[in-house]
Design a protein around this ligand. Sequence first.
Ligand SMILES: *Cc1c(COP(=O)(O)O)cnc(C)c1O
Length: 393
Amino acid sequence: MSEFVSGRHFLQTPGPTNLPERVLRAMDRNAINHRGPEFGALGREVIARLRHVLQTAAIIGIFPASGTGAWESALVNTLAPGDRILISRTGQFSHLWEQMARRLGLDVATLETDWRRGADAGAIHSALAEDREHRIKAVCAVHSETSTSCMTDIPAVRSAIDRAAHPALLFVDAISSLGCADYRHDEWGVDVTIAGTQKGLMAPPGLSFTAIGDKALAAARAGGSARSYWDWAPLVAANQTGFFPYTPAINLLFALNEALAMLAEEGLPAVFARHARYAQATRLAAAAWGLELQCADPAAYAPGVTAIRTPDGHSADKLRNVILERFNMSLGNGLGRLEDRIFRIGHMGDLGVLTFTGTLTGVEMGLRAAGIPHQEGGVQAAMNFLAAGGAAA
Ligand SMILES: *Cc1c(COP(=O)(O)O)cnc(C)c1O
């Protein structure tokens, strides 16, 4: 087989996502002096634009790290070893966050789910109501569980905390929902939001950030764990000046700034409606194929990714390999306990309608080539919906 493959690779993983040409051009330039005035203006602009997508006026701490680093910063700035946290294990990402918390010496109370729905706000409420001594210091929730394509209702979690009149902080991982779904750090009363660049924000991997509310800032000032690199204190100052306490990832910031400008130009409501349309079209295709969705709760369907189960006895990884080899497209794999049971179609970030329908075409051809039992007509169902205007339900 010749090594050369004609045409553009379809990167339809739920992160990293496709980089728009404008973002590629924005970072394709020399670095600048990170202590000079041009950088200060860039830093301030990126922070202002991040506030816009997070719908917040909060302090934003940016780290040259993947999302995992921002998870750690949230935990070590506000909590000390032995502090108790409550986390719902809704999928592989909450599992990894939970494991990190244990390694950091936190006392973790875990609420289990079947990985087919979001966190159960009622269970969170009960756990908090029983905690009369207020030993639980923080509740951790993953807004969009990228491994299962299920959303957690963050306002419902907030209200569970409030109804229990519990002082725990609320930490939300919005890594794969930001730029795909409506997200309101301030209005929803989130104390720390964690997000990263390589999913809905259409920028390269390598940057992550935390939006830090006043209560979390106070907790960080009063205590937390031993920390140095992840410390928020020097980053608080950066919100006014735009400068960082060390060499920032300058070219990634050029990229992120351009991507955020694009989101503002499209307008957040249009961005969210576009994601909802593609998600619904994907579900219509899955239904026509006769394949089952991993997310079993229609109220929790994620807008940026759809996880689809292969029929029992049929390898999802084999399907993905066939699609990669034959049709030059990458899809997300099943993670953790879902390994080889599901494949995930990423429809987040920079995605035009034809690239999106091309993605579904690759899946449908792959199902046939891999011998997965299915019915035809998934692409047709999606096209019918989109051609009719795709009024997202
Ligand atoms: C991708 C992802 C992470 C991990 O982020 P990295 O950048 O890979 O460290 C965490 N949480 C969610 C919900 C994600 O989608």
